[in-house]
Write a protein that binds this ligand. Structure first.
Ligand SMILES: Cc1ncc(C[n+]2csc(CCOP(=O)(O)OP(=O)(O)O)c2C)c(N)n1
Ligand SMILES: [Mg+2]
Length: 685
């Protein structure tokens, strides 16, 4: 008979959980430290259940009941369980990896929920909108993973940084593989965590392979933990097959972090006992190595450890295992009875509902866009203690175009933050921060550098609400556009690129009034928003700002001229060119800026097209790169019978923006080209 031998921690697990229920809710977490006996009682069932889930997922996959990339976790259970045990669900931000099923179980995911997720059925935690490993519980800071390796590390860092900024005593856990450690974001994230002294435990699970690629083709250092020295932080390599050793290493790190907050890099040496995923039989691994790995099976080690340390007999453990198996089979059976998700009842919205507050009115006379931006940021920071501005050189320098000038003097370096040069990592950091009570505003030095963060903005932040059922309030500012002799890498517009990603709101203001409103909308909206700030307009024509504090009605296209001959859509610096063409010609035109490019509020413009029967779109981007063809397509679909002639597009050629002034002038559409296009269309009358 098994007897509890007592332990140093009053609330310690008093018996080996033999049920899959809420057994993990009462595990003592950091700062309490489990003794070896308590540890194995809690650890073994989680390891065992994760292994048994592998067995069932393989079978379900073969029967076609589970689809997608079914990653198997056998060999990784000790590492997962040991590293996760100290962390506090709901308090410590955690970004897990694809072999951490056991970690999900320890942090509050029931086996039933995990099975439903893999089956993508009606009760899957992601409602079947995502599958397999791409799940979590964002409300409790277990962030659902982005597939892109390295992409979640910075999210954990930002989550912890922001939680601590808000007074929480939070620590973070994030995981990467030997293969994922080669990504740029691995470096970016560790560097940012170190620079900002964020106490996150970075675990590298080194199982010798990345899919089929052995580690000798992945890196050329002795151990991966040696890299810690390059970040000025602690690092160590441990045996990831002994869950208690992993646990001890993580607890040691957390205890050190308490007095000296900084990240730590732990390389946990594990094995992969299966192929990369269920479809892979790992023929590329030599048979001798497979046999060696099997002999190192961490579950066998754990079984021996629990028998040795907890005074339990083999037969008793077997009977607990039988119970766990029976219960798991029952969970699978129940999951099989659950219906499929249906596209009608599953929430498919990509945007969190916006409920704009009434904010302070603001008016100013004869100001430029730089003033509008600086003032908007000032007002936002003054009114919202959860807001911060970050980006390259936004602090003392006041940002490349001086739009942040003086903000650091007023709000200090904790709210106006100079970042290292790592756009992808910074976006990930901001996304994490948005999940723990902050509202980040990130400036890109040039819109062109937003391409460094395509997967973070487009696929991680943009899909966050859809995947995680949680808003991600983020504002990205993109100084964009040509005409400033800065060449191909500093002159792009990129509104077309970012419109291709669902879940992003895009604002493209022209006047100082619109610029102020766009920043307010982008900040107070609960979704990731991009504001395009055309660089030529920073010091363009001055104008007045008359903002009455209402944001709902600000989400509309803006009209600058009224006329019956033709409808013209223009954005950014092209508005002025279009207006110039209209003024110098003998025609009257409705000239519009759509202002909100996604989700498009197009009906007022369509009405204008129906009335004039003609549509000309003027864009600075190349024909393929910009949104003009999309506008034309919508107008043709909606107003076909009203059109008097084919809509036309005036755009730059599809080539990089050339540098020399003469070449750039020839490249950009101007008043003359626009005028000729209008005449051609009116002539068709
Ligand atoms: C950026 C990126 N490139 C490629 C992939 C496809 N992929 C998924 S897992 C994997 C291997 C990962 O190996 P490793 O990091 O060692 O983790 P392990 O699977 O061994 O646990 C690859 C190439 C990906 N998810 N992300
Ligand atoms: Mg690996």
């Amino acid at each position: 008979m098994y007897h509890y031998r007592g332990g140093i921690i009053a609330t310690a697990i008093q018996s080996i959980p033999s049920s899959l229920g809420a057994v993990y809710s009462n595990i003592p977490r950091y700062p309490q430290r489990l003794g070896v006996e308590e540890f194995w009682r809690a650890a073994y069932p989680a390891m065992y259940v994760a292994r048994q889930m592998d067995v069932r997922f393989k079978e379900l996959f073969r029967k076609g009941l589970v689809k997608g990339t079914v990653i198997l976790v056998s060999g990784n259970e000790a590492s997962s369980v040991g590293m996760t045990m100290p962390f506090r669900p709901g308090k410590d931000p955690v970004a897990l990896l694809h072999r951490n099923l056991a970690s999900h179980l320890l942090l509050g995911c029931s086996p039933q929920a995990a099975i439903c997720q893999y089956m993508a059925n009606a009760q899957s935690p992601t409602h079947g909108k995502e599958g397999n490993v791409h799940f979590g519980d964002a409300a409790n800071l277990r962030f659902p993973m982005l597939s892109h390796l390295g992409g979640m590390l910075a999210v954990a860092v930002g989550g912890v940084w922001s939680a601590r900024r808000n007074g929480e005593d939070a620590y973070g856990l994030t995981v990467i593989g030997d293969g994922g450690s080669s990504t740029g974001q691995f470096h970016e994230s560790l560097n940012m965590a170190s620079v900002n002294k964020v106490p996150v435990v970075f675990i590298i699970e080194n199982n010798g392979y990345a899919f089929s690629t052995p580690v000798k083709q992945q890196y050329n250092c002795r151990t991966l933990s040696e890299r810690a020295a390059g970040y000025g932080i602690r690092g160590r390599t441990i045996n990831g097959l002994d869950a208690f050793e992993v646990y001890g290493a993580v607890m040691d790190s957390l205890e050190l972090m308490a007095s000296d907050p900084q990240p730590v890099l732990i390389e946990s040496m594990t094995v992969r006992l299966e192929g990369h995923a269920v479809y892979d039989n790992a023929e590329y691994i030599p048979d001798e190595l497979k046999a060696e790995n099997l002999a190192k099976d961490p579950l066998k080690f754990a079984r021996a450890a629990i028998i040795k340390n907890c005074g339990i007999r083999d037969a008793e453990l077997s009977s607990i295992e039988t119970n766990l198996q029976a219960e798991l089979d029952e969970e699978v059976r129940k999951a099989l009875d659950i219906g499929r998700p249906d596209a009608v009842s599953v929430p498919m919205e990509v945007f969190a509902p916006a409920d704009y507050p009434a904010i302070k009115p603001y008016s100013a006379k004869n100001v430029r866009n730089t003033h509008a931006i600086n003032t908007a940021l000032d007002h936002i920071l003054a009114e919202n203690s959860d807001a911060f501005v970050c980006g390259q050189d936004v602090g003392k320098y006041g940002s490349a175009f001086k739009t942040c000038k003086g903000l650091i003097d007023r709000f200090g370096p904790r709210r106006v933050i100079d970042t290292p040069i790592c756009e992808a990592g910074t976006v990930g950091f901001c996304l994490g921060a948005s999940q723990t009570g902050s509202r980040p505003i990130m400036e890109f030095q040039f819109a062109d550098f937003s391409t460094e963060a395509v997967s973070q903005i487009g696929l991680n932040a943009g899909t966050w609400f859809f995947r995680a059922d949680r808003p991600a309030p983020l504002l990205f500012r993109l100084p964009c556009g040509g005409g400033v002799t800065l060449g191909a890498f500093h002159s792009g517009e990129f509104e077309g690129l970012w419109s291709r990603f669902p879940g992003l709101k895009l604002f493209y203001p022209v006047t100082p009034q619109e610029t102020y409103e766009a920043l307010m909308l982008g900040f107070y909206d609960p979704n990731p928003c991009i504001v395009f700030e055309h660089k030529l307009l920073y010091w363009g024509k001055p104008g007045d700002i008359e903002f009455d504090g209402g944001l709902d009605k600000a989400c509309r296209p803006r009209k600058y001229a009224e006329g019956g001959d033709i409808t013209i859509i223009a954005m950014g610096a092209m508005v002025e060119q279009a207006l110039g063409a209209v003024e110098s010609g003998k025609y009257s035109a409705d000239v519009w800026n759509p202002f909100i490019l996604n989700p498009l509020n197009f009906e007022p413009i369509l009405e204008s097209v129906r009335a004039t029967g003609r549509l000309l779109v003027v864009q600075e981007s190349g024909g393929i790169a910009g949104l003009g063809d999309h506008f034309i397509s919508l107008a043709v679909r909606e107003c076909f019978s009203k059109l008097k002639c084919a809509p036309a597009l005036v755009s730059a050629p599809d080539m990089p923006v050339p540098f020399a002034k003469e070449l750039e002038v020839a490249f950009l559409p101007d008043q003359g080209v626009i005028g000729r296009a209008i005449e051609k269309m009116i002539g068709d009358k």
